[in-house]
Design a protein around this ligand. Structure first.
Ligand SMILES: Nc1ncnc2c1ncn2[C@@H]1O[C@H](COP(=O)(O)OP(=O)(O)OP(=O)(O)O)[C@@H](O)[C@H]1O
Length: 242
């Protein structure tokens, strides 16, 4: 079977003034995979996923997402993006936040009510639907952000450190939700520092200092470097530790 490409990063460079943040990156992400971007703080992960989400543009090179050159408004509607910091209206309830974003996506009426129920169930916040977001804990806010990213049933879900500040039990629950969506066909790109999360990905791109230093399944990366863990593999590829 021919594997379809969901994301193609082609010779992408990003500079902020003299500072080169992405160095001539090339990367293909396949449809239906869970792809992890792993690297230390400052490696350029957020910069890359922002471009893939259509929120930023490269200085040079091309990002193709779902067969279109980004940024592209039609494609943005087919992507769910969860940023590192939560973009929520804290003086509104969770439900009002969900309604607001549903309206932005053009999800209305009965369908809106159904989707709100579905996504809140998925992130296990059904009991807190009417609570003001200002009364939510940090972990609850992260889950609400995830629920919002899922409202319009995106084909591609881009998650920037989705489980930061979330305890292990909830982290597992959130990853279960990712796998559930992935089984139904959603492609997932996730940035992480967390090794056990990296191990859960189908493939990983190891990033350091604006470059992708290796790509492969967790198994491949360990085998190629004859190491026992992703962390050691990262070091063997010339990473400086995460
Ligand atoms: N708007 C900006 N202007 C100037 N420099 C920026 C800007 N955005 C990012 N950078 C720089 O780009 C580099 C890469 O940042 P980026 O957030 O992409 O890294 P990261 O791998 O996602 O790190 P983290 O895990 O901490 O989020 C950093 O050195 C950062 O300071």
């Amino acid at each position: 079977m021919m594997e379809k490409i969901c994301v193609s990063v082609q010779h992408v460079t990003k500079q902020f003034g003299k500072h080169i943040v992405l160095r001539n990156l090339d990367l293909n992400i396949k449809e239906g995979e869970v792809f992890g971007l792993l690297g230390p703080s400052g490696a350029g992960k957020t910069t890359l996923v922002k471009e893939l989400s259509g929120l930023d543009i490269p200085t040079s090179g091309t990002n193709i997402v779902l067969n279109q050159r980004m940024p592209d408004l039609k494609i943005i509607n087919r992507i769910g993006y969860m940023a590192q910091s939560d973009a929520l209206y804290e003086d509104l309830s969770a439900k009002e936040n969900l309604q607001f974003f549903s309206n932005l996506y053009g999800i209305k009426g009965k369908r809106q009510q159904e989707r709100i129920q579905e996504v809140m169930q998925l992130v296990d916040l059904t009991d807190h639907l009417y609570k003001l977001v200002s009364d939510y804990s940090g972990g609850m806010m992260r889950r609400l952000s995830l629920a919002i990213a899922l409202l319009h049933e995106p084909e591609l879900l881009i998650l920037d450190e989705p489980t930061v500040g979330i305890d292990p039990v909830l982290r597992k629950r959130i990853w279960d939700a990712f796998f559930h969506l992935n089984k139904k066909g959603t492609t997932i790109i996730v940035t992480t520092h967390v090794m056990d999360e990296a191990e859960k990905c189908d493939r990983l791109g190891l990033m350091r200092d604006g470059s992708i230093i290796a790509v492969g399944t967790p198994q491949e990366l360990k085998q190629r470097t004859r190491t026992a863990s992703i962390e050691e593999a990262f070091l063997a590829y010339g990473g400086e530790g995460i």
